[in-house]
Design a protein around this ligand. Structure first.
Ligand code: ADP
Length: 486
C-alpha cells in the first residue's frame, strides 16, 4: 500500500492522474515534510471550466427545487462519510499540508461540524412578511439560491475551508465550481469524492486544478457564475474583486489577518502565555486568526517573557506524522524563505530575539519557534514586522502603557479579522472591545472559530461572513414579492 495507507485514496488519485483532453500539464503534489512526490494530478484547461460551469448551471435548478429536507439528508450523509474516514483524511492533510496529526484530526472534525451545521441550516432560510401600506396586499421576502458559485480556497486548512463554502452553497440550493490551492488538491478531491459517495449529483460540485491565475480569472469573468467565495491573501482578493466587477458578482472575501493580542497587567499571565502559544504556533503559525502581534502592558512584560520562554522551548519540531511532534514544516521553501527574510529584517530594525530566530538546521522546511521583542521606542506601527501577516511560528511582543494606547496599536493595521484581549476586569475587557475594529474578538479566549458563529473580518480583511446563519445567507438572494388581491 502507498504512503496514504488507503486503497480508497490510491484508487481515487490514480483516476485523476490521467491527462485531460486539452491540457498535458500535471500538478506535482509533494509531501510538505520531506518533499517526496505524493501524486501527479492532471490539470484542467479553460474549456473544462466552461463545460463544468455549464453543467453545474443545468443541474442547479433541479437541486434547488428539492425540499430542504432532501438536501439536508445528502449533506448529513456526506458528513457521516467524512467522519468515518477521519484517520485517512487526517493523514492525508498531514502529508500534503504539513500540520501535525492531532491538528489534522481536529480539522476533519471541524469539517464534519460545518457540514452538519449547514445541513440543518438548509431548513431555515428565513423570509419575512412585511406590513403593507394598503389593504389587500401581502409583502413578503423570500430567500433564493444565488446559482452557480465559484469557490477559491487556500492550503492552510484544505478540508475545512472548502467545506465551509461548499456545504452552505449546496444547502442553499446552489452548485459549486471550486479551485483549491495547488499545494493541497488531494484533500479537495477526497472531500469531493465523499460527497459523491453520499449521493450528490456529480454536476453540482466541480474541483478544478491547474493554473490558478488563468482558472481564477475565468471563474471571476464567467457570466453564469453568480458569486465568488474566496479565502486567501488580501493581495489576490483585491485582484479578484476587480475581476468580478464587470459581471456584478456577489463576493464573500476572507482575506488576511494581523491579529493583536492585548495582555493587560491584571490578566492571568499563565493563561495568557498558554493561549498565546496555542494561538500563534498552531499549524506552524499559518492561520489567519493566529496572534500576529502580542501587545503586553509594560509592567508585566518581563514576567510574561519568563512564562513564554519555557513553553516555546518545549515545542518539538519535525515530522507531522510523528505523534510526539508539536510543530511541523511551513508549506514550502518559499514560505520558509519569506519568514526568514521578515525576521532578519526585523532584527536589523532593532528587534531582540529571545528564542529561536533561525531556520531549523535539522528538520525539513521548519522555522524554529521564535519569540521576538520589538524595540520599545519610535513608532512601532511603521515597522514591517508589525504590519505584515507573518504566517510562521514567530511571536512578536510590543509593550504598551495604557488602554488607549493598546487600542491604538491594535487598530494600527489595514486588516481587521480577529483580536484578543485578556484581563480579569470585565469592564476593562468591554471598554477595549468597543474600541477594536475587528470582525471577531476573543475576550480571555484566543480560540474563536466555530461553525455556529459568523467568521469574517472588517476593513481589508474581507467582505461577508462564513458560519452561523449568516454563512447560509451569503449564498442566497433576497426576492421581494408584492401580492395584491381582490
Ligand atoms: P496564500 O498566500 O494563502 O497562498 P493566495 O491568495 O496566494 O494565498 O492563494 C489563495 C488561493 O488563491 C489559492 O487557491 C491560489 O491558488 C489562488 N490564487 C493565487 N493567485 C491567484 C490569482 N492571481 N488569481 C486567482 N487565484 C489565485
Amino acid at each position: 500500500m502507498s504512503v496514504f495507507a488507503s486503497d480508497w485514496l490510491d484508487a481515487l488519485f490514480a483516476k485523476f492522474s490521467v491527462p485531460k483532453k486539452d491540457s498535458a500539464e500535471f500538478l506535482e503534489v509533494r509531501q510538505a515534510y520531506g518533499g517526496l512526490p505524493l501524486a501527479a494530478i492532471a490539470c484542467h484547461g479553460l474549456s473544462d471550466l466552461d463545460r463544468t460551469v455549464e453543467s453545474a448551471d443545468n443541474a442547479q435548478g433541479r437541486w434547488s427545487s428539492l425540499t430542504a429536507a432532501e438536501r439536508c439528508q445528502v449533506l448529513h450523509d456526506w458528513a457521516t462519510l467524512v467522519l468515518q474516514q477521519q484517520e485517512t483524511l487526517a493523514r492525508l492533510i498531514a502529508l500534503e499540508q504539513g500540520k501535525i496529526l492531532a491538528e489534522a484530526r481536529a480539522e476533519v472534525q471541524s469539517t464534519v461540524r460545518y457540514i452538519n451545521w449547514f445541513a440543518e441550516e438548509a431548513k431555515r432560510p428565513k423570509g419575512e412578511v412585511v406590513p403593507p401600506k394598503r389593504l389587500n396586499q401581502h409583502l413578503m421576502t423570500i430567500r433564493r439560491p444565488i446559482g452557480v458559485v465559484g469557490a477559491i480556497t487556500p492550503w492552510n486548512f484544505p478540508l475545512q475551508l472548502l467545506a465551509r463554502k461548499v456545504a452552505p452553497a449546496l444547502a442553499a440550493g446552489c452548485a459549486v465550481v471550486s479551485k483549491p490551492a495547488p499545494e493541497t488538491p488531494l484533500s479537495a478531491l477526497a472531500l469531493q469524492d465523499l460527497a459523491f459517495q453520499a449521493g450528490l449529483d456529480r454536476r453540482l460540485w466541480a474541483v478544478l486544478l491547474g493554473d490558478a491565475r488563468r482558472l481564477g480569472k475565468a471563474l471571476c469573468q464567467h457570466a453564469a457564475v453568480r458569486m465568488l467565495s474566496f479565502t486567501g491573501s488580501s493581495r489576490v482578493g483585491k485582484e479578484l474583486l476587480g475581476l468580478c466587477a464587470p459581471t456584478v458578482k456577489k463576493t464573500v472575501m476572507e482575506l488576511g489577518g494581523n491579529a493583536p493580542f492585548v495582555a493587560c497587567e491584571d490578566a492571568d499571565l499563565d493563561k495568557v502565555a498558554e493561549q498565546l502559544v496555542a494561538s500563534r504556533f498552531r499549524n506552524s503559525g499559518q492561520t489567519c486568526v493566529a496572534t500576529n502581534r502580542a501587545l503586553v502592558q509594560r509592567a508585566v512584560l518581563p514576567e510574561l517573557i519568563k512564562r513564554l520562554k519555557p513553553l516555546i522551548a518545549a515545542l518539538r519540531c519535525g515530522d507531522p506524522l510523528d505523534p510526539a511532534v508539536d510543530q511541523g514544516p511551513l508549506i514550502h521553501a518559499g514560505a520558509l524563505a519569506r519568514v526568514e527574510g521578515l525576521i532578519s529584517r526585523a532584527v536589523m530594525d532593532g528587534a531582540e530575539v529571545l528564542q529561536g530566530g533561525a531556520v531549523d538546521p535539522v528538520h525539513f522546511n521548519v522555522y524554529q519557534p521564535t519569540l521576538l521583542c520589538l524595540p520599545d521606542h519610535g513608532d512601532v506601527t511603521r515597522r514591517e514586522i508589525f504590519q505584515e501577516e507573518i504566517f510562521g511560528p514567530v511571536l512578536t511582543l510590543t509593550a504598551f502603557g495604557n488602554d488607549d494606547e493598546a487600542i491604538h496599536l491594535a487598530n494600527a493595521t489595514r486588516q481587521g479579522l480577529a483580536a484578543y484581549v485578556f484581563s480579569r476586569d470585565t469592564s476593562r475587557l468591554l471598554r477595549i472591545m468597543e474600541g477594536l475594529e475587528f470582525g471577531m474578538v476573543g475576550l480571555n479566549n484566543a480560540v474563536l472559530s466555530s461553525e455556529a458563529v459568523p467568521f469574517g473580518g472588517m476593513k481589508e480583511s474581507g467582505l461577508g461572513r462564513e458560519g452561523g446563519h449568516e454563512g447560509l445567507e451569503s449564498y442566497c438572494e433576497i426576492q421581494y414579492v408584492n401580492l395584491s388581491y381582490a
